[in-house]
Design a protein around this ligand. Structure first.
Ligand SMILES: Cc1ncc(C[n+]2csc(CCOP(=O)(O)OP(=O)(O)O)c2C)c(N)n1
Length: 363
C-alpha cells in the first residue's frame, strides 16, 4: 500500500481483506496504515524485504495487489522490474496511473473499498505464509533496534517520531526523512497522522506546507526535514513564526543534501568536487535564522515532546553525520538478514548473498 490519503474505513477494509486471505500488507509510512497500533500483518520492512536476495526473493508472491501510489522504498520498485513474472494488479483511485516501472498487469480504476469488495472472499488461504512473514517482521524489528547507530540521522528520525503524542500530525520531508522513517521506524503504536508529498518530491515549500497542514488539522503539527529544505523555505519559516500556530520543525542538519551520498558518483568524484556540485553544504546559522523567525530553538531530540505541547513555533536542530549512507545500509542489512533467518535460507544470508548496495536513491 503506497503513500496516499486512505480514509479509516478503507484502512480497516485492507486489514480485513488481507486477514481473510492470509496475505501480508506491505505498507509505506505515508499510507496511514502503520500508525495507531496496526495489526502485525502490516509489514513495515519493505526496503530490506525486497532487496536483492531478500525474503521477497525467497518467498516470492504469486500476485501483488498494489494500492495507491508507488511505495517509497526503492528496493520495491526495483523488485517489480526484476520480477515481471509476478502479476501486479494496481488499484488506483486517481486519474494518473502511478506506474513508472510499467509493471502492472492490470489496473482497477476505483477506490480501494470498491476494488476489494469486487474481489470477493478469500479462497486459497495460506495461513502459514502469513505467519512466516509476521515472524520475519518481528525479527527485523529487533535487528534494527540493535543495528542502528544511536547518533545516526536514521536513529534521530525514529526517536523524533516516538516523541509525538496521539493526535499530532507529522510531515516527512524529501529527501531522507521519509526514507529513514519508511525504512526503519517500523509500526507505531502512537495515533499520529503521517503526511508526505510523493510525486514530484520537491524540497520546496516544506515549512509552508506544514503550516497549511496545521491549519487544516487539529493538534500539534510537526515537520522532520533536512537543512537544505529548511533553508529553501526561509519565507515559510517567517510565516510560521507569525502564524501563532503550534508548529515544531525538526531539522536533520547533515550539512547539505545527504541523499546525494547514495549516488554512485559519490564514490567517484573527489570529495571537494562532490560537495560543491552535489552535497552543497550551506554556511547559514540555522539557529540564528530560527530565532529571527521568533522560534524557540532546541538541540536535542528529547525536547520535541515538550515543544509539541507548547503553543508557538519551535525548531529542533539535530546535528548528524554528513553521510547518512553507512547507518542506513547497516540497518537494512541487519533487518534483511534477520528476515531470512529461520527461513531455510540462513546459509545464503550468512554468505552475504543479500546485495547491500542496491539502494541508490533518486533525489
Ligand atoms: C525544489 C527542488 N529543488 C531541488 C531538488 C533536488 N534535491 C533533491 S534532494 C536535495 C537536497 C535535500 O537536502 P536536505 O533538505 O538537507 O535533505 P537530505 O537529503 O539531507 O535529507 C535537492 C536539492 C528538489 N527535489 N526540489
Amino acid at each position: 500500500v503506497g503513500p496516499d490519503d486512505h480514509p479509516p474505513d478503507a484502512r480497516q477494509q485492507i486489514f480485513d481483506f488481507a486477514h481473510n486471505r492470509g496475505w501480508p500488507v506491505f505498507a509505506d509510512i505515508g499510507s496511514g496504515l502503520r500508525t495507531g497500533g496496526p495489526p502485525k500483518l502490516v509489514i513495515p520492512w519493505i526496503e530490506p524485504a525486497f532487496e536483492v536476495g531478500g525474503l521477497a526473493d525467497h518467498r516470492a508472491p504469486e500476485v501483488i495487489l498494489r494500492i495507491g501510489r508507488m511505495p517509497t522504498a526503492k528496493a520495491f520498485s526495483q523488485w517489480l522490474t526484476r520480477h515481471h513474472e509476478v502479476p501486479v494488479v494496481l488499484v488506483n483511485s486517481h486519474v494518473e496511473t502511478h506506474d513508472f516501472t510499467g509493471t502492472s498487469a492490470a489496473t482497477i480504476q476505483s477506490s480501494p473499498k470498491e476494488a476489494l469488495d469486487s474481489l470477493g472472499d478469500g479462497a486459497g488461504r495460506d495461513p502459514e505464509w502469513l505467519v512466516a512473514w509476521e515472524r520475519a517482521s518481528a525479527r527485523a524489528g529487533h535487528a534494527v533496534a540493535t543495528a542502528l547507530p544511536a547518533s545516526s540521522e536514521t536513529a534521530e528520525t525514529v526517536a523524533s517520531l516516538r516523541q509525538l503524542d496521539d493526535g499530532s500530525s507529522v510531515h516527512l520531508a524529501s529527501s531522507m526523512p521519509i526514507r529513514h522513517a519508511d525504512g526503519f521506524v517500523g509500526n507505531l503504536e502512537h495515533d499520529i497522522r503521517v503526511l508526505v508529498n510523493r510525486g514530484t518530491n520537491g524540497i520546496d515549500g516544506t515549512i509552508a506546507t506544514t503550516l497549511g497542514e496545521s491549519m487544516a488539522l487539529d493538534g500539534p503539527a510537526v515537520a522532520i526535514l533536512g537543512d537544505i529544505a529548511f533553508l529553501h523555505d526561509a519565507g515559510g519559516l517567517l510565516a510560521a513564526g507569525r502564524s501563532g500556530r503550534n508548529l515544531t520543525l525538526v531539522v536533520l542538519d547533515n550539512g547539505g543534501g545527504g541523499i546525494f551520498s547514495f549516488l554512485p558518483i559519490a564514490d567517484v568524484l573527489p570529495g571537494e568536487t562532490f560537495n560543491r556540485l552535489f552535497r552543497t553544504p550551506h554556511r547559514t546559522d540555522i539557529r540564528a535564522l530560527a530565532e529571527a523567525a521568533g522560534a524557540r530553538v532546541h538541540t536535542d531530540v528529547e525536547a520535541i515532546q515538550n515543544a509539541t505541547r507548547t503553543p508557538g513555533l519551535d525548531v529542533v536542530v539535530l546535528e548528524t553525520d554528513m553521510n547518512p549512507v553507512p547507518a542506513f545500509r547497516a540497518a537494512k542489512r541487519a533487518a534483511g538478514a534477520a528476515m531470512l533467518a529461520e527461513d531455510h535460507v540462513e546459509e545464503e544470508a550468512a554468505e552475504g548473498h543479500i546485495a547491500p548496495d542496491q539502494d541508490d536513491q533518486d533525489a
